[in-house]
Design a protein around this ligand. Structure first.
Ligand SMILES: O=C(O)[C@@H](O)[C@@H](O)[C@H](O)[C@H](O)CO
Ligand SMILES: [Mg+2]
Length: 403
């Protein structure tokens, strides 16, 4: 079998999504997700100009060799653009391999470790009460785990909170970056109250998660961890920016709140110290942004040695293609923790027909050979790309801060 064609489909059914289709001389094709939120066309250029031309004529079964050809051969290693491009190719090649084998992807990876994978949903509200009403709605839908984010009194906007209660949260909401304002003192005062109110209303069984979105310093994160620890969070996510991995040692000294990190990571080297020093509990790097199944499998195996579990990023900027492949991965991976799930708009699900399904707070992988996600190209063509940017964030005095 040979690769005859590899091309990108860029569409925007409510949000931008970049899809790679690799075709073969035997008619089989594979699909990969190449979406890098707010930087979509950088990955398109990388693939079209540099990576896709090198694939033509190759045997799509040689996934390992193609991965190293793309990674080592580029000379310029790592980085979100490079690794998302490699990730898309890798997901598409695993899709082809599983279709050739006639197996759903999780069977090719080693078979199921579980029948279904627990997901967490997003509850957001302008204040604590409306956020908790959203938690209630999720509980009624069957969720066992819910991420809680709410507006902070005195602040006009905050990350992770939908514009209106019940709406989807979509951060890339303007052609040029919107400017948000952040006040750590107000946040640190308010966040523990949200946890306390959630535990009071829902008891101890429901898993509660929270995303800090890189906004604290290590000592501030340590304080937050200490204050919410008694409410038994499932995790605190991205408490600090993680370029400096040993900052987590300080947080760890002060709190037993489990820590999750890594949605912006793209390589095992981004989390090596975090994992081997037991500074984190969950690793969030997912297939699209971290070099595909071939590389994330290495991260997951390394994490397993150190009691770290997976908790893959699953925001709407990961397309159903990434989600489908991730659910197969989650079904296989022995050290699975949880899977994030922000439902896509109905039209996105129409553009990407898929066989995974949500049931009772869990995802169940499909049985179709491959990862089970396809693209309706005719429908996709009705939604052309439009530039959309993630916001920036400033402190009250105007200093540019982490978003
Ligand atoms: O945990 C999450 O899902 C968030 O941090 C994301 O919504 C993130 O802001 C977006 O994926 C950025 O593209
Ligand atoms: Mg996050």
């Amino acid at each position: 079998m040979k690769i005859t064609r590899a091309r990108l489909i860029v569409c925007s059914p409510g949000r931008n999504l970049v899809t790679l289709k690799i075709e073969t001389d035997e008619g089989l094709y594979g699909i990969g997700d190449a979406t890098l939120n707010g930087r979509e066309l950088a990955v398109v250029a990388y693939l079209e100009e540099h990576l896709l031309p090198t694939l033509i004529g190759r045997d799509p079964a040689a996934i390992e060799d193609i991965w190293h050809y793309a990674y080592r051969g580029a000379y310029w290693r790592r980085g979100p653009v490079t690794m998302s491009a490699i990730g898309a190719v890798d997901i598409a090649l695993w899709d082809i391999k599983a279709k050739v084998a006639g197996l759903p992807l999780h069977q090719l990876l080693g078979g199921p470790s579980r029948q279904r994978v627990m997901v967490y949903g997003h509850a957001t509200g302008r204040d604590i009460e409306s956020c908790l009403d959203e938690v209630q709605r999720h509980v009624e839908l069957g969720y066992r785990a819910v991420r809680v984010q709410c507006g902070i009194p005195g602040m006009a906007t905050t990350y992770g909170v939908a514009k209106k209660t019940g709406e989807r949260y979509e951060p890339a909401d303007a052609e040029l970056p919107a400017e948000h304002v952040w006040d750590t003192a107000r946040y640190l005062d308010h966040a523990p109250k949200l946890f306390a109110a959630a535990r009071q209303r829902f008891g101890n069984e429901l898993h509660l998660l929270h995303d800090v979105h890189h906004r604290l310093t290590p000592i501030e994160a340590a304080r937050l961890g200490k204050e919410v620890e008694e409410f038994h969070p499932f995790w605190l996510e991205d408490c600090v920016p993680a370029e400096e991995q040993d900052a987590f040692a300080l947080i760890r000294q002060h709190t037993t709140a489990p820590l999750a990190v890594g949605e912006v990571f793209n390589s095992i080297h981004d989390c090596k110290a975090l994992i081997e020093n037991h500074w984190i509990d969950y690793i969030r790097a997912t297939l699209t942004h971290a070099g595909g199944i071939t590389h994330v499998r290495r991260i997951a195996d390394f994490a397993a040695l150190h009691h770290v579990r997976t908790g893959f990023h699953g925001a709407t900027d990961l397309s159903p293609v990434c989600m489908g492949a991730a659910i197969h991965f989650d079904t296989w991976v022995p050290n699975f923790g949880i899977q994030e799930y922000m439902p896509h708009e109905a039209v996105v699900d129409e553009v990407f027909p898929h066989d995974y399904r949500f049931e009772d707070g869990h995802f169940i992988a499909g049985q179709t050979p491959g990862h089970g996600v396809d693209i309706d190209e005719e429908l996709a063509a009705r939604f052309p790309y439009r530039r959309a940017s993630l916001p920036v964030n400033r402190l009250l005095d105007g200093t540019l801060w982490h978003w």
